[in-house]
Structure formats: structure tokens, C-alpha cells
Design a protein around this ligand. Structure first.
Ligand SMILES: [Zn+2]
Ligand SMILES: [Zn+2]
Length: 571
């Protein structure tokens, strides 16, 4: 299935090339279209099927034609033609943050730079500062942004790395001789983005395992094939490193390769103070090399005088001190979640019916689910007007009665309009059980304006939840400017709950932790647009865990009876 972001990427690239070629006007048009496509919650294929492509902001005849071409053929001819006009290296240089087409042109014309590598070299030789209009400061800024770009280039969203890792683990688990297998690195810490994948295996027989690993059907290139470490590049460009260690060293290796770097530096320092050495093999005595702990992580942490630290917390942001005092939080778990408070159905831009979503929720063992489709302002997602919402409530009540294993609540994801009022009348909101307010449009206001909009929305006595309050979509869209502290303060005052959105990673873990420290409770929701989408709750829970949240900090761990008491108007 063609993803919207694939098409958005095509238009961004077209815009970049046009920009290099000096066509400012068309550049803007393509960027605008790309941005609105990224912001859609409905699949372009569905919009095209309804014949509504040109209703998307920024999409006219020409662009709509290209969307259809892409949907049909998987490519856009015009892009291929444009690519032939400019060298790919220049296009890549243009992707470096804050390096615009003017700069790229100058670098190319004056210094003959047409690849990232040539740019790196010119930076090393300090050749850029002498260009007219440049200088030391702009050279330094290019250097910093290039570093940032190179770091970011290889990282991908957690969910994609996660699914890839699951596939590899499944294959490797089958190989005879594998005693234990775990992903390590940032995937095990559930970071928002993952660079290379690290997999760790405990075994006495590494040879057949390494053979199986380097022969995985999806391998594009084998970078290294050894008996303790092998590295491959998969066809989609992901690098995977596999290490096979002896079972007795597994704990030390797992601890070492899970990281983070910062966390491990502190642990090593603690070991050194005791005249010990912590390595990927063991925790051992520096003097005689005798092993103090190695088989499990728990033994190592215990020997170092602290409780075992869950990987999600290993960032050196207070977890070591807490572990030393035996005061780590008891982190919320996926199994604690008793319901999903934010899902969509066919009534707006979801793919499944209310019934299908409810049944999928029953399958997951949930006690309740809140159907919260978009309100009318979100036209592109067929948002509901008051009358439609009432029809939907009626349907939900019927299905709720028919399905006895779950409570199906009627909610709505009501748009906060640019003046801070809500997109539906209070009367309509009052008929629902749960009101979730959020912003999808007109998000370019100043921090003050955006914050004010949220604050005003929270004044509404029916609003229970603020969904994805910063608007960020990890790896794709930055947050809008909003004063989160003011939002948190108001949320507390008005009994509104902020959301961790499992798809967008908004709030982020750091923000979630801040909310917890302010005594706020949060909702962790999937924002699923189809029944299978309920699955991504695990990523939201991971954000919550990285944010130090316990079950008691998450409202959808409550039983239905208790949930009823904290919301404003469940019928
Ligand atoms: Zn939303
Ligand atoms: Zn939503």
C-alpha cells in the first residue's frame, strides 16, 4: 500500500530540485502540497477513489495528476526528468538543515563541491570561510548542521526498526544452538528512532548462527562475517550487527551493548571506585581479574550496589541515583492498560467499523474503548458535524448494548479552531461520553497564540483530554510552538488529561516525565485508524516508561468504574 509519506517525499524532492534550478514559485507550491499530504490522516488512495484529491490544500490539477500517476505506477516521471538535470550529491547537500539552494550553488560553482564527502573535505580544510558572503561563523554552522544531518540520516522510527528486529529474531531463534537472544542498543531502550540494529545471542556454537545470519534472504551486503561479530546491510539500507557471546558472559554483554553511552560511563566509574572493571565480558576485579558478576544484568547491577535498571531508563537522567536508593519507579506495563481512549472508525477517516474496533479491543483484553472520530473542520478526514455525531452516538449505544464484553464509549476528537473555540456545540459535546480536543489546522501561530488557543479550549467544561498537544510527528514534523508548562498548569486546574499518542510520540518521554513531576495524569492512546492499529499501544507505553510513569500515572489503567469518576460526563 502506498503511504502518504512516500508521495510527500516525492514532492519534497521535486521542490528541492526546482529550488536548485531557481524556480522559486513552483518550489513553494510543491513544498506546500508535500506538507499537507503529510498532515492527512486519510490514505491518498482513498481520497483519490472519492475523487477528492483537489480538495487537499495546495493540491491543484498538476499535482493531483502526479499523485494519481504515483498511485498507479509507483513513480512520477517528472521527478526522474528533474533528477537528470542535477547531480544527486547536490540534492543531498540541500537536505542538510539550514543549507539552502543559494549556498549549494555557491559551494558548487566556487569550490566544485557536488557531494557530501567533498563538502566534508572542504570543511576540514577550512575552504568555506573564505568564500564571499561566508566567514568562520557560517562555516561552523554548516559543519554543525552536516553532523546533525549525518547522524539523523541513518536513523529510522522505532516502529519500523521494531518490526524488522522481530522478523530477524524469529529467524535467528530457530537456529540450533541459540540459548538466549535479545535486541540491544537503542531498540532495547525503546528510543524514538533507531540507527543500527544490535542483536545479541548467547551460544556455545557461533558458526552456524553467523552463517544463518549472513545468509538471510534480505541481505544486500555482508560487511563482516566473524565468529563473534557479523554485520550485514539489509536491502532497505538498515545495518544489523550480531554478536554471539558465551552464555556465561551474556548479562555483561547485554548490559554493555544496551547502553546508553552516558549510563554506562557512570556505571564504569562506580566500578572503578571499587577497583573493579566493567566490560562487555564481565564485572571483574582489576587486580587479579577474578569475575564478580557476568551471567545476568541483575547480578551486575546488584554487585554495583543498585537495583536492576529497566533499559528504558538508562539515559543517565537520575536513574542510577534512584537505583542506588532502591527508589526506581515501578514502570507502567502494556498489561496494565485496560482500554484505549482515542480511536477512529469509518465514521471519519478510519478504515474499520465501530463494531470491528470494539471487537479488536476485546481481543486485546480491554475493558473499554472510546470511539473518537474527527469533527467537521477536519474535512479531509470526513469530520462529523453535530447531526452526524448524534447518529454515530446512537449506533455506538446500540453496539455497546449488544457486545457485553466491553464498554464502548462515544467520544469525539473535536478540533480547536484558530480562535480557541471548539468545532462542535456544547450541546453536541454533552451527548458524548468523552471529549478529546486537538489541533490539526492553522498550526503556524506564535507560541502565545497557540498556547492561548489550547488554554481557551480547556476552559470548555466538556473537554477531558488534549490529544497530541505539541503536534509533533516523530521524524516527520516538528512540534508547533506552544508553551507546554502553561498547558500542564491549566490541565491540572481544569481536570484535563494530556495524551501520549502512540503513533506520533507526542508527548515525548521527556515531556511526559515533566507532566508526571507536576502531578498530572496522562492518557496513553493508540489513535488507531484501523483495528490492527490498536497494536501500537506498546510504543505509547514505551514513551510512558521512558518518562518514568507508573501505572497510577496513566488513566487508562483504571477500571471502568474508576475511569467513570475522573471523566466529566460519561453517561
Ligand atoms: Zn488527531
Ligand atoms: Zn485522532
Amino acid at each position: 500500500m502506498v503511504q502518504n509519506r512516500d508521495i510527500a517525499r516525492v514532492f519534497y524532492e521535486i521542490a528541492d530540485i526546482l529550488d536548485l534550478l531557481g524556480d522559486r514559485f513552483k518550489t513553494r507550491a510543491y513544498r506546500r502540497a508535500a506538507r499537507s499530504i503529510e498532515g492527512l490522516s486519510e490514505h491518498l488512495a482513498d481520497i483519490a477513489a472519492r475523487g477528492a484529491l483537489e480538495e487537499i490544500p495546495g493540491v491543484g490539477k498538476a499535482i493531483s495528476g502526479k499523485i494519481q500517476e504515483f498511485l498507479k505506477t509507483g513513480k512520477v516521471k517528472a521527478l526522474d526528468e528533474l533528477r537528470r538535470k542535477v547531480s544527486p550529491g547536490l540534492i543531498e547537500i540541500l537536505r542538510i538543515p539550514e543549507v539552502g539552494p543559494r549556498t549549494v550553488q555557491t559551494l558548487h560553482e566556487k569550490l566544485g563541491i557536488s557531494t557530501i564527502e567533498e563538502l566534508q573535505k572542504a570543511l576540514e580544510e577550512h575552504r568555506i570561510r573564505d568564500l564571499p558572503g561566508f566567514g568562520e561563523r557560517s562555516e561552523e554552522s554548516i559543519r554543525r548542521n552536516l553532523e546533525l544531518y549525518l547522524k539523523q540520516r541513518q536513523r529510522r522510527p522505532l516502529s519500523s526498526a521494531y518490526h524488522l528486529a522481530q522478523k530477524l529474531l524469529k529467524i535467528l531463534r530457530e537456529v540450533p544452538g541459540v540459548e538466549q537472544i535479545e535486541p540491544a542498543g537503542s531498540l532495547r531502550r525503546w528510543r524514538e528512532t533507531v540507527g543500527d540494529l544490535d542483536i545479541l545471542i548467547a551460544s556455545e556454537k557461533p558458526v552456524p548462527i553467523m552463517k544463518a545470519f549472513t545468509e538471510i534472504s534480505d541481505v544486500k551486503q555482508v560487511l563482516a562475517h566473524g565468529s563473534t561479530k557479523s554485520s550485514i546491510i539489509l536491502s532497505d539500507g538498515m545495518q544489523v550487527d550480531l554478536r554471539v557471546v558465551k552464555p556465561e558472559n551474556f548479562g555483561a554483554a547485554l548490559q554493555y551493548f544496551t547502553g546508553s553511552k552516558a549510563h554506562n560511563i557512570v556505571l564504569r566509574r562506580i566500578a572503578q571506585k571499587r577497583k573493579w572493571k566493567l566490560s562487555e565480558y564481565s564485572l571483574s576485579d582489576t587486580k587479579d581479574g577474578s569475575v564478580i558478576a557476568q551471567r545476568t544484568e541483575a547480578e551486575i547491577y546488584e554487585a554495583l550496589g543498585m537495583s536492576w535498571v529497566p533499559p528504558e531508563l538508562r539515559e543517565d537522567t537520575g536513574e542510577i541515583e534512584a537505583a542506588q536508593k532502591n527508589q526506581l519507579p515501578k514502570l507502567v506495563e502494556l498489561g496494565d492498560i485496560r482500554g484505549d481512549l482515542h480511536v477512529h472508525t469509518k465514521w471519519s477517516d478510519g478504515r474499520d467499523t465501530v463494531e470491528a474496533m470494539a471487537k479488536a479491543a476485546i481481543q486485546r483484553g480491554y475493558e473499554y474503548i472510546v470511539i473518537s472520530d474527527h469533527s467537521k473542520r477536519v474535512r479531509i478526514a470526513k469530520g462529523l458535524a453535530e447531526e452526524k455525531l448524534r447518529e454515530q452516538i446512537e449506533e455506538i449505544r446500540k453496539i455497546d448494548e449488544a457486545l457485553t464484553d466491553i464498554r464502548i464509549l462515544s467520544g469525539v476528537e473535536v478540533e480547536i479552531l484558530s480562535d480557541g473555540t471548539l468545532d462542535l456545540t456544547d450541546d453536541a459535546l454533552a451527548e458524548t461520553d468523552v471529549v478529546t480536543a486537538s489541533i490539526h489546522f492553522d498550526t503556524r501561530g506564535s507560541e502565545e497564540e497557540m498556547t492561548e488557543r489550547f488554554l481557551q479550549a480547556m476552559e470548555n467544561k466538556y473537554v477531558d483530554i488534549l490529544a497530541h498537544p505539541t503536534g509533533r510527528l516523530v521524524g516527520q514534523r516538528p512540534s508547533y510552538s506552544v508553551n507546554l508548562d502553561k498547558l500542564m498548569e491549566a490541565a491540572k486546574r481544569h481536570g484535563v488529561f494530556l495524551e501520549i499518542n502512540s503513533y506520533r510520540f507526542d508527548l515525548s518521554a521527556v515531556e511526559a516525565r515533566r507532566a508526571r513531576e507536576r502531578g498530572l495524569k496522562l492518557a496513553v492512546n493508540s489513535d488507531a485508524h484501523w483495528a490492527m492499529g490498536l497494536e501500537i499501544m506498546k510504543f505509547g507505553v514505551a514513551v510512558a516508561r521512558r518518562g518514568w510513569l507508573e501505572a497510577g500515572d496513566v488513566i487508562n489503567t483504571l477500571s471502568f468504574t474508576k475511569l467513570r469518576q475522573i471523566f466529566k460526563h460519561i453517561h
